[in-house]
Structure formats: C-alpha cells, structure tokens
Design a protein around this ligand. Structure first.
Ligand code: BGC
Length: 417
C-alpha cells in the first residue's frame, strides 16, 4: 500500500510538472474560424505551433465578421479572464490598444524586421502609438464575386465586366429557375456586399469620402441613393430562404450549382478549395463588376493580451513570430483564401485566384486604390460600423426605400460619431 501511494504521488508530481509546463507554453486563442475552410486553415496554424512546442487551447466563437467573438471577448476581459491571443480586425485592435490591454510586440518585431515587410496600410492597425501590438496573419478583400463555372457555361454567361452585365447575367440565371445570388441574410453579410457596391457605384474617392471620412455630403448624396438602389436590385436575386443563413452555406449553394454567384470576401475561396473545387475549372473569381483595380481589404491580426507570467509571455512571442514567418504565411493563406500580410512572400504556391489577389493588392497599394473594408472593421470604428450595418440591413429587408435609407445613414453615422 505504502509503495502504491509512493508511486502514485510520484506520478501525480510528474503529471503536475508536465501539466504546468504545458500550460505555461499554451496559448488560448479566441477566433471565429469555424467553417470547413476556416477550420482547415486554422489547423495549419495549430500544427505549426505544435511543431514549436506551443499548445493550443481553442476558443471558437462562430459568426462571420467576428461580432459575436468581440462580444465574448469583452465579457472575458470584464471577468478578468482575457484569452492570451485573439483574432481581431482593424479598428477593434486600436480600441483594445487604447485601453492598454495589449502586449507590446516591439522586441520580436524589430528582431524580425516587420517594419520593412508589412505594408503601411496594415501597420496602421498593427501599431498603436508607434508600437507593434498585433501580428497580421493575412490580407482578405471583400469586393469579390464567386461563380459556378458550369452554371455560367450552361447558360452562356461570360464573366461580367460592368454592373449592367452583372445584372443581365443574374437575370438569365433567375429566368432559368436557379438562384442567381447566394446570400445569407445577416447584417455583416449585407455590409460585405455594400463594400463592393459602394466601390463599383462611386469609385475609390467616393468610398473614402463616405465610408472613411464619413462626409455627410457623400453619405447623403445621389450616388449613395444609387448604391441603395443597386442593393435593392440585388435583393431581387436572392432566394426566399436567405434570412439568417450562414455565409458558408451560401457558398455551398454556389459550390453545388444551386446558385450562380456569391458576393463575398475571399474566405469563400477556402470553402471551394475545402470542397475539392479548382479555380478556373469549377469556379471563377472576379471583382464586383465596376470595381476592378480597387480593393477593399481587411486583415486578420492576432492581438496578444498582456500577461504577467514569463512563460506565457514567451509563448505569446513565439506565436507572434510563428504567424509572421514567410513560410507560414504562404502555407496558411493558400488554404484560407487570403493573401500574405508580408510583401516578401512568393505567389508560387498560390492558385490563380490567390495570384490575382496578390497582384491586385500590390497594384491597389501602388495606385492608391486600396481602402479599408467597412463590413470588416477597417474603414471606421465599431460604433459607426454598427450604425451602418443597421441601415444597410434594414434597407435590404425592405424597411426603408433607398431615399429613406440615405437619410437614415446620414443620421445614424452622425449619432454614432
Ligand atoms: C475574417 C475572415 C473570416 C470571415 C468569415 C472575416 O471578418 O477576416 O478571416 O473567414 O470573417 O468568418
């Protein structure tokens, strides 16, 4: 009996030591990557960290665009239980940094030369007060259309290059009895479409004035009324069951040939790839017609919440370093549908849509046609974004006509500022 106790105590001691070591080297990651394609990409990250001895504690909060994840995060922080690492977008990163909640990543950033390889448009969100406070893992963009090639071929539809051609193409699909536009009725999905429609209707300067500068004249303009008219036209091409549908189920409708098109960020490509589909053969990717040459971007970044424990700090630094490695950025983004957040990663491993995404991003940065996505928190702070969501979604659901929506938009934004 004595011997047994002795052995089990020793075993317990060993277990305890292993557990606390493992815990010290763990990162708890709060994220909203819960669809099939997103989970596949997440596994690339988990495996990469595991190779470096960093354990993963998963904290998934479903809901595209991350609104639900941000609500959970706020609750966790209020309870004094912040996760170590959090997937975060644009202005939200800045808000948390302003609260002094985020760890300073300057040491790892300077050792690895992040300043030289992360584009300025991203650094604007990864740095606060001149200090690195987040590690960007990718660049997504929202003004994309995903199309089923077989459906297009069958109906003799060529890739539309103007808004009118796009509408004519969708009419053809509708006439054939299929759903023209796969869509999920959730505010963030409507806001994602809105990004592309604003660019396509008003161009980059208008987008900046309205979405970024929040200029009341631009927000209340005839161009904005046309934007809402176009949203109403799109509403006529979705199926009857669109309300509340998750974005990846809308992608599945295009993948299966039940629908022809989806307007969605390039995380949708992750779903097509995860279903074994090949760009150019099974599906096409093109910019929202009328917005070619322009890119509305968002970047997933990992913000690391301030911790005191030295081992936990080390694990955080190792995670930041791992997500910024060029090899990882290639491997992860090939699966995720996004493109690298570093300018020095080759496009060799990427498929045609990924190559196009990388070229578009570089060109847009060069020609100053790169803008932050409103739908995904890169054009304006959360309060304004939420005000825009409300108006866009209410209009999409027929609560206001376009004229009333324009007025509501001006007022809602003013109240939120
Ligand atoms: C994120 C993507 C994610 C998408 C849908 C976006 O806000 O940037 O990484 O795949 O939401 O969940």
């Amino acid at each position: 009996m004595r011997r047994f106790i002795g052995r089990s105590t020793a075993l317990a001691a060993t277990l305890l030591a292993t557990t606390s070591l493992a815990q010290a080297a763990d990162v708890e990651v709060l994220h909203w990557w819960t669809s099939g394609g997103e989970a596949a990409a997440l596994n690339v990250l988990k495996d990469d960290l595991a190779d470096q001895g960093i354990g993963w504690v998963d904290m998934p909060v479903a809901g595209g665009g991350g609104e639900a994840a941000m609500t959970t995060l706020r609750a966790r922080v209020t309870a004094g239980d912040a996760p170590t690492a959090v997937q975060m977008l644009g202005f939200d990163i800045q808000d948390w940094a302003a609260e002094g909640a985020l760890a300073n990543l300057d040491d790892v950033a300077s050792a690895e030369g992040w300043d030289a390889v992360v584009p300025a448009a991203l650094q604007r969100f990864s740095k606060y007060d001149g200090h690195w406070i987040a590690a960007p893992v990718n660049v997504h963009s929202t003004n994309w259309v995903w199309a089923n090639k077989a459906v297009m071929d069958e109906l003799g539809i060529a890739e539309p290059s103007s808004w009118d051609e796009f509408i004519a193409a969708m009419q053809k699909v509708k006439d054939s009895g299929r759903t023209a536009l796969a869509h999920g009725g959730q505010a963030w999905q409507e806001a994602t479409i809105f990004d592309g429609v604003v660019l396509s209707t008003g161009g980059v300067d208008f987008y900046r004035k309205a979405m970024v500068d929040l200029d009341p004249e631009a927000l209340g303009s005839d161009t904005m009324k046309e934007v809402f008219d176009r949203m109403a036209t799109l509403r006529g091409f979705v199926d009857d069951n669109f309300s509340g549908r998750d974005w990846n189920l809308a992608s599945a409708m295009v993948i299966n040939g039940d629908a022809a098109f989806q307007i969605m960020g390039d995380w949708a490509k992750g779903e097509f790839l995860n279903a074994g589909k090949v760009p150019g053969e099974d599906f096409l990717c093109f910019r929202v017609p009328g917005s070619a040459g322009m890119v509305s971007f968002n970047s997933d970044q990992f913000a690391l919440f301030e911790v005191q424990d030295e081992e936990a700090k080390k694990a955080q630094a190792a995670m930041a370093s791992a997500v910024m490695s060029p090899e990882f950025q290639s491997a992860f983004n090939v699966v995720k549908g996004s493109v690298p957040a570093r300018t020095d990663v080759s496009d060799e491993a990427f498929d045609d849509c990924g190559k196009k995404g990388m070229a578009d991003l570089a060109e847009a940065a060069e020609s100053d046609t790169l803008v932050g996505s409103m739908g995904h928190g890169h054009a304006n702070p959360a309060a304004v974004k939420n005000a825009m969501y409300d108006v866009v979604t209410a209009h999409f659901n027929g609560e206001f006509d376009s004229e009333a929506a324009v007025e509501e938009l001006v007022n809602a934004v003013e109240a939120a500022m």
